[in-house]
Design a binder for this molecule. Structure first.
Ligand SMILES: [Zn+2]
Length: 169
């Protein structure tokens, strides 16, 4: 069964998507409260359990613990394989990483200073800030949430309906 469960932090921020079996374990361990159920159910020895659609941790988990590993691939993915200067979507082979604030002036290699950049824009920008190079960022770089990288485009209808209030607030 493909049923999956949306896991929220205690603060209601979406954290991740997990399989229903893992979700049921968290429910059994009283680590989460169930905010929405699917109509689908599984039978245990004693009774029938509706599968959890949305669950919320009873105790807050820090972002650092859940952070996404910083990597070239994840930066490309965050930026949808799109150059953050000329807004062109390209295959990974034609993309590079750019330090918005150049390394030479102390720009860190971090989520908030690294963007996806095509080869041409990277050559144009060279060792300058966007302002110095007369270029503009399409979007300010940010540290992504696990959710943003992993939520599939297609969920079944009931999941979409039940998750919506928590994903778009
Ligand atoms: Zn470009």
């Amino acid at each position: 069964m493909m049923t999956r469960t949306l896991l929220l932090n205690a603060t209601y921020e979406p954290l991740t998507v997990i399989g229903w079996q893992k979700a049921m374990t968290l429910v059994t361990l009283h680590k989460v409260e169930v905010l929405a159920h699917y109509t689908r159910a599984v039978r245990s020895a004693r009774r029938e359990h509706n599968l959890p659609a949305v669950i919320r941790l009873t105790r807050r988990v820090s972002w650092r613990k859940l952070g996404i590993r910083f990597s070239r691939h994840h930066v490309y993915k965050r930026d949808a394989f799109t150059c953050q200067y000329c807004d062109t979507q390209l295959p990974a082979s034609q993309l590079t990483l750019d330090h918005v604030t150049p390394r030479s002036t102390g720009g860190p290699t971090s989520w908030t200073n690294i963007v996806t950049c095509c080869v041409a824009c990277n050559q144009l920008k060279a060792d300058q800030t966007p302002e110095e190079a007369g270029m503009r960022l399409v979007r300010k770089p940010y540290a992504p949430y696990w959710m943003q990288l992993s939520v599939p485009n297609r969920e079944d209808d009931q999941a979409a309906e039940l998750w919506k209030p928590y994903l778009w607030q």
